[in-house]
Design a protein around this ligand. Structure first.
Ligand SMILES: NC(=O)N[C@@H](CC(=O)O)C(=O)O
Ligand SMILES: [Zn+2]
Ligand SMILES: [Zn+2]
Length: 343
């Protein structure tokens, strides 16, 4: 069995920096035409100038003959001004702004401490037509980690979308049926990305029979009822839900330790992983919209014109892959991808 799709885009990707780019850039660029590049470097990408420099470092690793367009983002902080938003729009590289609640995830220490602090920036984003990308979790110490997304919606997203209905918002890497309901029920300016790990796994995969650090990502895997809600949303054909891998590599030693980092590495076989999920649910005909059309439409980008073809043919996933001077353990390490890219 084969499937041919418009070449897809990845609307949520961590490429990291330095030597890691030699692994991460070709892994994505060989399949995806464009990707929204997350700005949570150390230090974070906060200005149009930083974004343009980072884009050059990325392009230096793009394989020859491969067309790849990194869509840059800026990291919002309490200090982001409307002027910085206008400069970002004018520079042309920056396609969205990212909101990390301070302390929510990897490299989010300089994130926003209160949404009011970025109201002027959000107003400038509406004028510029730049979307807000949200890591949607509260960070209060007394809120259980499994409830942090649901509570973020009630406390922050609902008030935000009623204050700024014109603002385009992507709720990134959604993990709950609460997020599916919120996105489904709000207006056309609200969309969401869904990762392969949240479609393939639930918290039992991470915690039953031993603790598996390579399934640990944020927002954390939830109960199977939430996994099923995400699958249903992804295969529904609803254009508010589209592909964003959140491929977020960390070295093997920083994952396999007493206090491991959050993030799953999926870029090596991302479209194959999604194809497996859609196939298992009899929805291969819905993959192209999710992977190649809906995200571009939401961002106001032209759809890609090239095509890729996948075949239902297993291929082994290595136990680890080179990653700078280190190794990264990919999702499904030591198992098989059920689909293989043939052109
Ligand atoms: N998803 C993750 O678990 N980690 C991401 C950050 C993020 O997307 O929240 C990372 O940069 O490592
Ligand atoms: Zn995140
Ligand atoms: Zn991410």
């Amino acid at each position: 069995m084969q499937i041919t799709l418009t070449r897809p885009d990845d609307f949520h990707l961590h490429l990291r920096d330095g030597a890691a780019l030699a692994t991460t850039v070709p892994a994505t660029a060989n399949t995806f035409a464009r990707a929204i590049i997350m700005p949570n470097l150390r230090p974070p990408v906060t200005t149009a100038e930083h974004a343009a420099e980072y884009k050059k470092r990325i392009m230096a690793h793009c394989p020859e003959g491969v067309a790849f367009d990194p869509l840059m983002t800026l990291y919002l902080t309490d200090q982001t001004t409307p002027e910085m938003i206008r400069e970002a729009k004018a520079g042309g590289d920056v396609k969205a702004l990212k909101l990390y609640p301070a302390g929510a995830t990897t490299n989010s220490d300089s994130g926003v401490t209160a949404l009011e602090n970025i109201y002027p920036a959000l107003e400038a984003m509406i004028d510029a037509g730049l979307p807000l990308l949200v890591h949607g979790e509260v960070t209060d110490a007394d809120i259980d980690i499994f409830d942090r997304e649901r509570i973020f919606i009630d406390r922050h997203l609902l008030p935000l979308v009623s204050r700024y209905p014109e603002l385009k918002v992507v709720m990134e890497h959604i993990t709950t049926n609460d997020a599916v309901a919120f996105v489904t029920e709000t207006g056309p300016n609200i969309a969401a990305t869904i990762t392969p790990q949240h479609l393939m796994y639930n918290r039992n995969h991470m915690l039953v029979g031993g603790i598996r650090p390579h399934f640990y990502c944020l927002p954390i895997l939830k109960r199977n009822i939430h996994q099923h809600a995400l699958i249903h949303a992804a295969i529904s054909g609803n254009s508010k839900f589209f592909l964003g891998t959140d491929s977020a590599p960390h070295t093997q030693e920083t994952k396999e330790t007493s206090c491991g980092c959050a993030g799953c590495y999926s870029a090596f076989g991302a479209i194959e992983l999604y194809a497996e999920v859609f196939d298992e649910h009899g929805a291969l005909d819905k993959l192209e919209g999710f992977a190649s059309h809906f995200g571009a439409d939401f961002y106001g980008l032209p759809r890609n014109t090239e095509a890729i073809t996948l075949e239902k043919k297993p291929q082994p996933v290595p136990e680890s892959l080179p990653f700078g001077n280190h190794q990264v353990v990919p999702l499904k390490a030591g198992e098989h991808l059920q689909w293989t890219r043939i052109s």
